[in-house]
Ligand binder design. Sequence first.
Ligand code: VGL
Ligand code: ZN
Length: 180
Amino acid sequence: MSNALLIVDVQNDFCPGGALPAPAGDKIIPVINKILDSFPYIIASRDWHPEQTIHFQKWPVHCVQNSKGAEFPQELNSEKFNVILNKGTASKDDGYSAFEATNKNLAEYLKSNKIDKLYVTGLVAEYCVKNTVLDALKYGFKTMVIKDAVEGIREKDEDFENAFKEMEKAGAKVIMSNEI
Ligand code: VGL
Ligand code: ZN
């Protein structure tokens, strides 16, 4: 059995200067770059919205398909990614979880490559990272969350820590990148 690194939505719009920024979103990029080579599979998701979606009733317009804001930040070594998943592509739902990607079925991809253990990083803790981790656990994958490679939008101070508590309670293991 094998393991994979899952990089959730590290995109310009979730970094400082973007449309829906995690205030320290850019800080996780060097951490992710440093651990990339430790994984046989590197899977990245991207929030990939149509111009009009109910999602934008809740959120400022962000990560519109093919826009600059939807691109991976230049500093992220995205040329090493094996798979890119597009999520949030429907106009009628949020599509927070990478398991809801529409261009590839993530659960099937993992199973067909005998990947049973997922290391999750990315943006943002309170929404897409959390929903992806909860889905991974539901599908039965061993799921680790690399805390120093995750950031949040931190609408309220406690939101970031609460997201980690919820993931841990559901069965995720929270680790730091130097434990890999
Ligand atoms: C996200 C809010 C809206 C995320 C995406 O990637 O966590 N959050 N769209
Ligand atoms: Zn979104």
